[in-house]
Design a protein around this ligand. Structure first.
Ligand SMILES: Nc1nc2c(c(=O)[nH]1)N[C@H]1C(S)=C(S)[C@@H](COP(=O)(O)O)O[C@H]1N2
Ligand SMILES: [Mo]
Length: 344
């Protein structure tokens, strides 16, 4: 399968650049909407009972949604300040087209390889320059803070994007519980390191050459911004493993690689922490990684993006990329004194 090639994924070849002959089987055969259309069954979700959908998956060798989406329903309220015009990316795209290199570099690898990830028990530590270090277990993640739903655009540095209904809480609310000391200037995040569960951490090729654990970071004022969000769910349910269960960061004005998954540690620091993609290719991926249509990636343009909706990446519409991914009103002031060409 073309997407199993090593030289693909973030910072490498882009899937839609493959010749049509190579993409046809995946785009058509594996796309359940096309299958459903071909069978004349109409719009999925609206008119097909669940057991018929499950039967179709069996028929075409797909895993059932119930397996892929391990989950309980969450209690949350929808935040009216974070609704978006236009439609959400369908659930089957959100959970089948992923970057999570701990489970392989192909877009379907996380879906295929992460279903056994143990997310309960879990331990998330908040430590470093804080008044009250915290240790949150799985239940704390879902219950410590009131949950809200926010629709955010997610713009990957590879120039595709989605609109996802996340459920979670503001990062600032968690940091307030811990009490940030005045000495803190930055926040560092770390993903689970568990090579037994994460094949990409055992095999350098499969893990895309990243030095694990995956680490990310924000400046403190970025972390405290109202947009910075810790997500524990999407589409009404707890996160599937491939989307970063049980808790992941979402910073929608930055390229997707900043939105680190399956977090075990949040550490307040008095200096800028190292970050995984910056370590791997510093001239291609900066610490800031703000979405910016005027600063191209050294190997491709960032002026436009493919918005993934119905039908998958190969039919995705190309739309202009917005400065700060359209969140300038909330975040532009953070960068007033920064040369965004130099601090990309
Ligand atoms: N730990 C970890 N976090 C990660 C990644 C990863 O490979 N490992 N990929 C990042 C990238 S490049 C993107 S675009 C988003 C994708 O999130 P999604 O799969 O939920 O859409 O996750 C980010 N978080
Ligand atoms: Mo990404």
């Amino acid at each position: 399968m073309s997407n199993k090639k090593f030289n693909q994924g973030i910072g490498r070849q882009m899937p839609w650049e493959l010749p049509a002959t190579e993409v046809t089987p995946e785009a058509v055969f594996r796309d359940r909407r096309n299958i459903v259309k071909a069978l004349g069954l109409g719009a999925i979700g609206a008119s097909i009972p669940g057991h018929v959908q499950a039967g179709l998956f069996d028929l075409f060798g797909e895993k059932r949604e119930s397996e892929a989406f391990v989950t309980s329903n969450l209690n949350y309220r929808s935040n009216p300040n974070f609704q978006l015009p236009g439609s959400l990316t369908p659930l089957d795209k959100v959970i089948r087209h992923n970057n999570f290199y701990e489970f392989g570099t192909g877009k379907q690898d996380p879906f295929e390889n992460s279903q056994g990830l143990k997310v309960n028990p879990w331990m998330l530590k908040v430590e470093g320059e804080v008044e009250r270090p915290l240790t949150l277990d799985y239940d704390d993640l879902l219950k410590l803070l009131p949950l809200e739903e926010r629709h955010y655009r997610l713009r990957c540095v590879e120039a595709w994007s989605m609109v996802i209904p996340w459920i979670g809480f503001p990062l600032a609310a968690l940091l307030a519980k811990a009490g940030v000391k005045s000495s803190a200037t930055h926040v560092a995040f770390e993903t689970l390191f568990d090579p037994e569960q994460m094949p990409g951490q055992r095999n350098r090729l499969m893990g895309g050459g990243i030095h694990y654990p995956y680490v990310e970071g924000l400046r403190l004022d970025e972390a405290m911004n109202e947009l910075s969000f810790l997500s524990v769910g999407l589409y009404g349910k707890t996160l599937p493993p491939q989307n970063g269960a049980p808790v992941r960061l979402v910073v929608p004005w930055k390229y997707g690689f900043k939105s680190i998954k399956s977090i075990v540690k949040i550490r307040l620091l008095d200096k800028q922490p190292p970050t995984s993609w910056n370590q791997l290719a510093p001239h291609e991926y900066g610490f800031y990684a703000n979405v910016n249509p005027k600063v191209d990636h050294p190997r491709w343009s960032q002026a436009t993006e493919r918005r993934i909706a119905e039908g998958g990446i190969f039919s995705a519409k190309r739309i202009p990329t917005q400065m700060f991914n359209g969140y300038g009103e909330q975040v532009a002031h953070l960068y007033r004194d920064l040369d965004l060409r130099k601090y990309y």
